[in-house]
Design a protein around this ligand. Structure first.
Ligand code: ADP
Ligand code: ZN
Ligand code: ZN
Length: 814
């Protein structure tokens, strides 16, 4: 007999799976990896089957699976293994791990609905029989009547149409006369019509409008959505109908997706001949692919040394061997650029390229996801979560800019996409290549001790020089001008010289908004967020003060909220202000800005970036978004405004971050034929991170920083975990962290250092008070064991699971 019991991972913040039984009719359909709809605490949830069993665990009441969603399992077996590893290694709730791995559940829609209980039926009968009713009873009666006559559950969204309906529903629910449960139903994806020219069509197209349609569909654009075709060809609907009747057009339906994909202009990547370094690196990767064994390579080469070129060719080889390939990039913006490159390289050969990231609309992400699952796309380009792309027979994983903090998910499950990619490669006997100009200390250390293979590209392609970096001492600027100007005299001069020569400038400022803080000159108070211990950032265009952590915002106050003084003062420049200054200083220049405020959608990103790439902007100001990856050929000047903002953060990686960011952004200058220059403004010109970044001296920086890490017992010499205890009530947070301290302190005798409990650097976040412990263990196994024991301890002490947040290999200690 087929197994009837299933272990299901459900999207709830709990560390267990749940057992369900497949009814007779569904036993054939359930398999590990299939998504199922199951009842859970009066709700209907979509979960995924991890395992089958013949017997139910004893002593539990097992419910039935209500529906099976997939004809083939959504997750291939290797991904189930990977998900289990993530849950285990990052001590994360297993259901939440798998939620992040599944396609968005676009085919299901669920809504709360109200059902009559037996008590409700009695009450309805009683009210109906009674003549005089109070006002509340009249509403109750109307509501119950609606459910009774329609003889089906009432969707909550309809309550608003009934005056007093919401209050009545709450009342009836409280009294047990109604019951709320989820109502699920299948949602039809929105479809649209795609039109193509029938290649087998015979006969002439005598009419001019018909000829125009043929041209657009064949030589100019290829198949198009119907509205786009009408627009592009300037055609009428009647012409389309006529051609369809003649069999000259093909039409089909497909799920609605973002239009951008269809509008990507044709693009041919340059056909470069690899230089000696590149060939050597490619040769090595080729050898590993041929061996078919798990191998990790670190591709280390200065910015502009042609790393992308190397790994795209490696992808080609993996495909030629019949395997699939995954390329991870640190930013959504880069998926667009690299996705386009990959489509040009591999798309036409029928291998199919899919782009996956969390900013895609659900329907589009689902479509891309299933293209990969069905094997229609064999190359995936994506951001962090694409590490879970359902590719099978994976041969090669590339992690571009492997050091980037954005690979770490800062919410549960707190996995690192790079490290997960390495484990995935291991599970699939694949090759992983980490690529960077400034590798993380951990990765470079692994390469040095032989755990990874080092592939080095020594110089920029065609021996282009790296742009010289000059440090501008802002203290000196201040002494001379007696003004604290964010844009120094030197930078101003350099920009205007560039403008005169018709080249472009890139200005990096690593803060969003107009001013990062609003201070009162009378009482000294900064205006703080109501929910977090963080000062609010002034956004001029929105005319609001905004919290960058929780989104809370208020109108700009005229007076100090504390002491009512009028002397409030905006302090610290952000990107919005620098943009304004640049417009004032260079009124003839075209200035654009790229940060999370101007680029909220994929389309906005593309607009700003392509305007700059096409030379429609002279100066681009932005946050770290502008620092990464882009290959702008006409940028000769890169200016960094206040390079040191990160150095003052309480984080042992502050120096490393600063070094990486400066090196990255400096690498944007002088990539084309024109030589470049970089100006770095700072108040700490002697800091080694700034000095060594200016010299672009990674090896020296690495040695220095590694020494410090060894001395201070930080990674890569220890395994690190951060435990945060949090609650809205400060008493709870204190009590629980004391209990936890009693458990953790004795672990010191086992050689694990425990720092804390201490107030977290952001002591209050989203209304919760937070205390933290930092654990440093000489060995990984020790750390895992202690974390597991720690969670057991919490459940014994009845400390809520959601109050204890564990971050393994944390990248930020906030
Ligand atoms: P990286 O990723 O190391 O910063 P890229 O791979 O983006 O560098 O290459 C930088 C630029 O150099 C790109 O415009 C690329 O087309 C070009 N390029 C790469 N390899 C070569 C080569 N062998 N000869 C000439 N140009 C090259
Ligand atoms: Zn005040
Ligand atoms: Zn806040």
């Amino acid at each position: 007999m087929a197994p009837r019991f299933c272990e299901v991972a459900l999207p709830v913040p709990l560390r267990t799976t749940f057992t369900y039984e497949a009814p007779e009719s569904l036993t054939e359909l359930v398999a590990p990896g299939t998504r199922v709809v199951v009842p859970f605490r009066n709700r209907a949830l979509v979960g995924v089957v991890l395992e089958l069993a013949n017997r139910a665990p004893e002593g539990t009441k097992v419910k039935l699976i209500s529906e099976v969603l997939d004809p083939i399992p959504a997750l291939p077996p290797k991904l189930i293994d990977l998900g289990r590893w993530v849950a285990d290694y990052y001590v994360a709730p297993i259901g939440e791990v798998f939620r992040g791995m599944l396609p968005p559940p676009v085919e299901m829609e669920s809504e709360r609905a109200l059902w009559l209980t037996a008590a409700g039926r009695d009450y309805f009968a009683e009210l109906s029989a009674r003549g005089n009713r109070s006002e509340a009873e009249i509403t109750d009666h109307a509501l119950l009547h609606l459910i009774e006559v329609e003889d089906k559950p009432l969707r909550m969204s309809r309550l608003s149409k009934l005056p007093g309906g919401e209050a009545a529903a709450a009342r009836l629910l409280r009294r047990g006369q109604l019951e709320a449960r989820d109502l699920t139903r299948h949602r039809k994806p929105r479809m649209r019509t795609i039109v193509a020219w029938n290649p087998e069509a015979q006969g002439e197209t005598p009419r001019a409008d018909e000829e125009r349609i043929r041209k657009v569909l064949t030589s100019e654009r290829g198949p198009l959505p119907l509205p786009a075709l009408l627009r592009e060809a300037g055609a009428k609907r009647s012409a389309i109908d006529r051609l369809t009747r003649q069999g000259k057009l093909l039409m089909w339906q497909e799920p609605q997706a973002a239009e951008d994909d269809w509008f990507e202009a044709d693009f041919t990547p340059p056909a470069n001949v690899l230089n000696a370094d590149q060939s050597r690196a490619l040769g090595e990767i080729e050898g590993w692919l041929a061996a078919g064994e798990f191998t990790v390579g670190l591709l280390y080469g200065v910015t502009g040394s042609g790393k992308t070129e190397v790994y795209l060719r490696a992808v080609r080889q993996a495909l030629d061997r019949g395997r699939t390939a995954l390329i991870l990039v640190p930013e959504v913006a880069l998926t667009l650029w690299l996705g386009r490159l990959c489509r040009a390289w591999f798309g036409s050969a029928g291998e199919g390229v899919a782009v996956l990231h969390s900013a895609l609309p659900e329907a589009e992400r689902s479509r891309e996801w299933w293209r990969v699952r069905r094997g229609e796309a064999r190359v995936v380009v994506g951001a962090r979560s694409a590490v879970f792309a359902p590719l099978e027979n994976l041969g090669l994983v590339i992690v571009d800019e492997e050091q980037e903090a954005s690979y770490k998910q800062e919410e549960t499950p707190r996995y690192n996409g790079r490290d997960t990619a390495i484990v995935r490669a291991k599970l699939e006997s694949a090759v992983a290549v980490l690529s960077s100009a400034t590798p993380s200390l951990e990765s470079f250390h692994h390469a040095r001790i032989g755990k990874y293979h080092l592939l080095q590209l020594e110089s920029r392609v065609e021996n282009r020089p790296l742009a010289p970096v000059e440090i501008v001492d802002l203290r000196e600027d201040f002494r001379r001008t007696h003004r604290a100007a964010a844009i120094s005299e030197k930078l101003r001069t350099a920009i205007s010289e560039g403008l005169a020569q018709g080249t472009q400038a890139l200005v990096l400022i690593n803060r969003r908004g107009y001013a990062w803080s609003v201070l009162c000159r009378s009482c000294g108070a900064a205006v703080q967020c109501e929910n977090c211990s963080i000062s609010l950032t002034y956004h001029k265009k929105r005319a609001r003060l905004v919290c960058h952590y929780c989104g809370y915002s208020i109108p700009v106050p005229r007076r100090c909220p504390k002491c009512d003084s009028e002397h409030i003062h905006f302090f610290g420049e952000g990107a919005e202000q620098i943009e304004e200054r640049l417009r004032e200083l260079f009124s003839q220049a075209r200035v654009g800005r790229l940060d999370r405020d101007t680029a909220r959608t994929k389309r906005e990103y593309q607009q700003v970036l392509s305007a700059f790439a096409a030379g429609r902007l002279d100066i681009l100001v932005g946050t770290q978004m502008v620092a990464k990856g882009h290959d702008f050929q006409r940028v000769t000047l890169v200016g960094v405004v206040s390079a040191d903002t990160a150095l003052s953060l309480p984080d042992f990686r502050a120096a490393e971050r600063t070094f990486q960011l400066l090196t990255q952004v400096a690498g944007r200058a002088g990539r084309g034929e024109l030589p470049g220059a970089v100006l770095v403004e700072t108040y700490y010109p002697e800091h080694y991170a700034i000095q060594l970044a200016a010299q672009q001296d990674y090896p020296t920086f690495f040695e220095r920083e590694l020494h410090f890490r060894r001395l201070m017992h930080y990674p890569p010499f220890t395994a690190l975990a951060n435990i945060v205890v949090r609650d809205r009530k400060v008493e709870n947070a204190i009590r629980w962290s004391r209990q936890l301290a009693a458990f953790l302190a004795p672990q010191e005798s086992r050689g694990v250092k425990v720092l804390g409990p201490a107030a977290a650097p952001i002591a209050r976040l989203k209304r919760e008070y937070r205390f933290q412990f930092l654990l440093k263990a000489p060995r990984r196994t020790q750390l895992s064991r202690i974390l597991a024991e720690c969670l057991d301890f919490c459940s014994r002490k009845e400390i809520p699971e959601t109050a204890v947040l564990v971050d393994v290999d944390p990248l930020s200690l906030f």
